[in-house]
Design a protein around this ligand. Structure first.
Ligand SMILES: Nc1ncnc2c1ncn2[C@@H]1O[C@H](COP(=O)(O)OP(=O)(O)OP(=O)(O)O)[C@@H](O)[C@H]1O
Ligand SMILES: [Mg+2]
Length: 460
């Protein structure tokens, strides 16, 4: 079932255009022309994400955000802003908005922000966690897992959260890098300031530069207004630079300077801006390799890698699978307001024997699919088995068929194959030879030899 997005804007045109982009992206859309209407629709539709304009007559986006927080504190809110309202958008992020989109934005930017918000929501409804039972602030994600690596990670997060140093989170795709980054911010002294997010892989180099550092009016064609960048907007808070390896070398130099001196200039300006921002970067590529092949600056690597945190793949913390599965299943059921199903023992065994190339994201998807198919009750092994078999473990020795077959001498395999083919063609040597791609004479010689050694029946 696709996720439902509630779009709130007083302008019909905006609702329509945003709505149709979202529908093309596979979402269901519910639209409201005012904050009041949106609140009215909330209970019936239970949207996964609310996307709201900031400036609206009567109830504005900020007030809607506060009211939404009281109604359903887990729904992520994305704010759409126009020029001149960005500072308010940052205010909104401090109040717990998930992210903001500055108008005009591209369809891809919209879909990316919504996809991230949907993913984020999955996290918000659970309560396992980090050491201790410190009350969780709204919006602070929870990390599920009791394996040794997860316990260690929880400890490291606590230490790292209280320092000011740059954090570098590495790990395969889907291991939870973003969740960990958000947890660090939520437990840091900056928790009441903004957490800004930027995916470095999603934008072209020039767009990324102006998104990071902002631009002056007239800095380039299309730069009609002054625009503050995300560094400037996260002053006093944290910035999360996702997929940092995708930043191109010229921008890497500019980023290095911000890390060293907390200073930069907007594109097209010579005025230096000083900020106080904590940087958390994530990567699913091996940055050491990127440094070796020349695509990533070595000095930047060392500047980023002050507090490194590595997320192990799920296959290295397999004992967390049952707990995580329960977590993902309960999230789906909460969202859809029905009882959570459970995996039976055999299904869990299969899940724990799998190599999880897509890590926690793959497990989350499988739980979601399984719960839709099961509709409450028990999920049996036969439901999940085909999904796991579709991606066999390439590092395992041999494939499933090969593993089941014992090693055999080539001559024996050949004989067995020839006899089986003869059988298929009712003993017809001509057709057997043709099917096997050998000449009849060769076939005759082989059979004669095997008969002499009593390896095949004399009647063949
Ligand atoms: N410890 C955890 N407990 C609960 N849910 C988790 C945990 N780690 C990850 N998740 C969930 O798994 C999914 C993937 O996590 P996340 O987006 O943080 O991964 P990522 O490493 O940033 O992936 P990518 O490299 O593909 O961006 C998300 O839906 C997240 O909510
Ligand atoms: Mg990520």
């Amino acid at each position: 079932m696709s996720d439902k997005i509630l779009v709130v804007d007083d302008k019909q045109m905006m609702r329509d255009s945003v709505g149709s982009t979202l529908q093309r992206g596979g979402y269901q859309v519910v639209a409201a022309g005012s904050g009041d209407a949106a609140l009215g629709l909330l209970a019936r539709h239970r949207p996964a994400v609310v996307l709201t304009d900031l400036k609206m007559p009567e109830m504005d986006g900020l007030e809607l955000l506060t009211r939404l927080r009281t109604a359903d504190e887990n729904v992520p809110v994305l704010i759409m802003t126009a020029y001149g309202t960005v500072d308010t958008a940052v205010e909104a992020m401090k109040e717990g908005a998930f992210d903001f989109l500055q108008k005009p934005f591209e369809g891809d930017q919209l879909l990316l922000a919504v996809r991230r918000a949907v993913e984020h929501r999955r996290l918000l409804q659970e309560n396992v966690a980090l050491r201790g039972s410190e009350p969780q602030r709204t919006g602070a994600p929870m990390l599920v897992g009791r394996s040794d690596p997860m316990r260690q990670l929880a400890q490291q997060i606590q230490q790292i959260a209280h320092s000011q140093g740059t954090v570098m989170i590495s790990g395969e795709s889907g291991t939870g890098k973003e969740v960990v980054a958000r947890t660090i911010h939520a437990h840091s002294p900056r928790r009441d300031a903004v957490l800004m997010f930027l995916n470095c892989a999603a934008l072209s180099s020039s767009l990324l530069e102006s998104e990071l550092f902002g631009h002056e009016r007239g800095a380039f064609t299309g730069a009609d207004v002054l625009r503050k960048g995300r560094f400037e907007l996260s002053d006093g808070g944290t910035i999360l630079l996702d997929e940092i390896s995708e930043i191109e070398p010229p921008l890497q130099a500019k980023l290095l300077r911000v890390l060293q001196e907390q200073q930069f200039e907007r594109v097209g300006s010579s005025m230096t801006i000083q900020v106080d921002v904590r940087v958390i970067a994530t990567t699913n590529r091996d940055l050491v390799e990127c440094v070796a092949d020349g695509s990533f600056r070595e000095d930047l690597y060392y500047r980023l890698n002050v507090l490194p945190l590595h997320l192990p793949p799920l296959r290295d913390r397999i004992e967390d699978v049952p707990l995580l599965a329960e977590h993902f299943l309960s999230q789906v059921s909460l969202r859809e307001q029905r009882d959570a199903p459970v995996f039976d023992g055999e299904a869990l065994e299969l899940l724990m024997g799998y190599h999880w190339p897509g890590n926690l994201r793959e497990l989350g998807n499988i739980c979601e699919r399984a719960s839709v198919l099961t509709r409450g009750g028990v999920i049996r092994a036969s439901i999940v088995q085909p999904w796991l078999a579709a991606r066999p473990d390439p590092s395992a020795e041999g494939d499933a068929a090969g593993a089941a077959r014992p090693i055999a001498r080539l001559e024996d395999v050949e004989r067995e194959q020839i006899l089986r083919t003869l059988d298929t063609f009712n003993g017809n040597r001509q057709r057997t030879a043709e099917a096997l791609g050998i000449c009849v004479r060769t076939l005759g010689l082989k059979l004669k030899k095997w008969k002499q050694s009593n390896l095949v029946a004399q009647t063949v």
